[in-house]
Write a protein that binds this ligand. Structure first.
Ligand SMILES: C[S@@+](CC[C@H](N)C(=O)[O-])C[C@H]1O[C@@H](n2cnc3c(N)ncnc32)[C@H](O)[C@@H]1O
Length: 227
């Protein structure tokens, strides 16, 4: 299903290839274990209200009601659309206080995906996985996306949305040095490299109010149906 907003026609604009994703691109200014940076809870939102509304609308459009959903790299807000029924929403993040404070979650796990990309969930246990304003912190994105594929049910949807804001010292070098459009391409490349995702497409979710608001982009794909 197309994502509403200005469709970006990934992969027509293809700047990155998997072969260019060398380890130095995933270096960060702050290479300390992520658990130190996220030790104190940050009960703040990382994007403005209209950007949040755009993400919620994207979830509503792309995730069927009564789904089992994983909010990967979650905090105290998941931006779940009001009134959109879900079977279960699980959060995985680094700060337990933030996760406990999240009113949308039905459960949570504290787990560091950069130390261990293996996600602590059964194969094919979710209908949808979302990563919201956090993909820039992944140092092993392809391994992490392969895990997302493993835990999705065939046909399940994967939504990676992001703006242009970040904790600069924790974002990987290739993200910091890319344009907005380059980041769309990069996330699509991660999905392709992880394999077994199909229908990869992208959209600029809120062209009508950004700027001056925070721009929101989403790259959306599906786990391939079993052959
Ligand atoms: C900018 S916040 C975004 C939180 C939330 N997704 C949202 O939309 O507001 C980044 C989140 O990524 C999570 N995170 C960062 N590095 C992580 C890691 N290595 N493993 C798991 N989660 C991580 C943190 O717990 C933090 O809550």
């Amino acid at each position: 299903m197309p994502v509403p907003g200005a469709r970006l026609n990934y992969p027509l604009w293809r700047l990155t290839t998997e072969s260019r994703l060398t380890p130095d691109y995933f270096q960060r200014e702050d290479e300390e274990d992520d658990s130190f940076f996220y030790e104190s809870p940050r009960l703040v939102v990382h994007i403005d209200e209209r950007a949040i509304a755009a993400v919620s609308q994207c979830f509503k459009d792309q995730i069927p009601e009564n789904s089992e959903v994983l909010d990967l790299m979650s905090s105290w807000r998941s931006h779940w659309p009001a009134g959109h029924a879900k079977k279960r929403l699980v959060g995985l993040g680094l700060n337990e206080v933030e996760l406990r404070e999240n009113p949308d979650l039905d459960g949570y796990v504290v787990h560091n995906v950069n130390n261990n990309p293996v996600l602590p969930f059964e194969d094919e246990s979710f209908d949808a996985v979302v990563i919201t304003v956090s993909a820039q912190y992944l140092t092993k994105p392809i391994e992490t996306f392969q895990q997302v594929n493993r835990i999705l049910r065939p046909g399940g949807v994967f939504i990676v949305s992001f703006s242009n804001r970040m904790f600069g010292t924790k974002a990987v070098l290739i993200w910091r040095n890319s344009t907005d459009r380059g980041r769309v391409d990069l996330v699509g490349t991660y999905m392709e490299a992880a394999e077994n995702f199909e229908d990869i497409h992208a959209a600029f979710l809120n062209p009508e109010d950004s700027p001056p608001g925070d721009p929101m982009f989403a790259v959306v794909s599906r786990k391939a149906q079993a052959s």
